[in-house]
Design a protein around this ligand. Structure first.
Ligand code: MN
Length: 229
C-alpha cells in the first residue's frame, strides 16, 4: 500500500472472552424499535413494519472497563441495553436461512442516546446522528464466540441502574430475529466481517446521571458494567 499522508487511525478491536485475540470492528449497525413494548413506550405502533436502521462509527465504542463520559450538548442521555451480533463473514442479499452462519459471536452493549437531540431531529425531520452517533455512545462487553454459546434465541435481557432493575425483557421478544435483521440489512448494504449489529432494546429506557452505575446482563451471552462520569 502507498504511504499515508497522516497517521493511520487506530483500528477499534473488542476483547473476546477466553481468547487473546481481539475482534476488529468495521461498522456498527443499529436496529430501531425491535421490541413491541419499547415501540409502544416511544409512542409507535409495534405492528411488524420492516426494520429500520441507523449507524454509529466504530470509534463510538467504549471497551469493557472504560467509563461512559456524559456527552456535551444534552441534558437527557438515555440507556438502551441490547444484544449485539458480531459478523465473521458478510455478503449481499443473504438469505435468512443462511444468515446465522455469518455470526461469529455475540456481545451486549448500550446504545446510548441523547434523547433530547434525537427528539428534536425527529420533530425537524433531520438525521439522528447527533442524538445517536456521539463519541463513546457504545459501551460494549467482551464478544463471546458462537463456538462457545451457539445462537441464543431466548434469554433474559436485564439492566440495572444503581442496583435497581430498569429494563427486563427477553431476546424472544424481538420482532425481527437476528437472522431476519441480517437478511434485511444485507439487502441494503453489503456486509463484511467485523460489522456489529445492535439488535434493539426492550422497554424501560431512561435517563442516566453522572455517578450512575449501569449493570447489564443477557442470559447466555454475558455482562456489562459501566460507570457514568
Ligand atoms: Mn437502540
Amino acid at each position: 500500500m502507498s504511504e499515508l499522508v497522516i497517521q493511520r487511525p487506530e483500528q477499534v478491536a473488542v476483547p473476546v472472552r477466553g481468547q487473546v485475540g481481539r475482534f476488529p470492528v468495521r461498522r456498527i449497525y443499529c436496529v430501531g424499535r425491535n421490541y413491541a413494548d419499547h415501540a409502544i413506550e416511544m409512542g409507535h405502533d409495534p405492528s411488524r413494519e420492516p426494520p429500520f436502521f441507523f449507524l454509529k462509527p466504530a470509534d463510538c465504542i467504549r471497551l469493557p472497563g472504560q467509563e461512559f463520559h456524559y456527552p456535551s450538548m444534552s441534558s437527557d442521555v438515555h440507556f438502551e441495553y441490547e444484544q449485539v451480533a458480531a459478523l465473521g463473514c458478510g455478503g449481499r442479499d443473504i438469505a435468512a436461512g443462511d444468515a446465522l452462519s455469518c455470526v461469529w459471536g455475540y456481545a451486549t452493549a448500550l446504545d446510548m442516546t441523547r434523547r433530547d437531540l434525537q427528539a428534536e431531529a425527529k420533530a425537524l425531520r433531520r438525521p439522528w446522528d447527533t442524538g445517536k452517533a456521539f463519541d463513546g455512545s457504545v459501551p460494549i462487553s467482551d464478544i463471546v464466540p458462537v463456538a462457545e454459546i451457539g445462537h441464543p434465541s431466548a434469554g433474559r435481557v436485564h439492566l440495572r441502574v444503581n442496583g435497581e432493575t430498569r429494563q427486563d425483557g427477553d431476546l424472544n421478544q424481538m420482532i425481527w430475529k437476528t437472522a431476519d435483521i441480517i437478511a434485511y440489512l444485507s439487502s441494503l448494504f453489503e456486509l463484511f466481517p467485523g460489522d456489529l449489529i445492535l439488535t434493539g432494546t426492550p422497554a424501560g429506557v431512561g435517563p442516566v446521571n453522572k455517578g450512575d452505575h449501569l449493570e447489564g446482563s443477557i442470559e447466555g451471552i454475558g455482562d456489562l458494567s459501566v460507570k457514568v462520569v
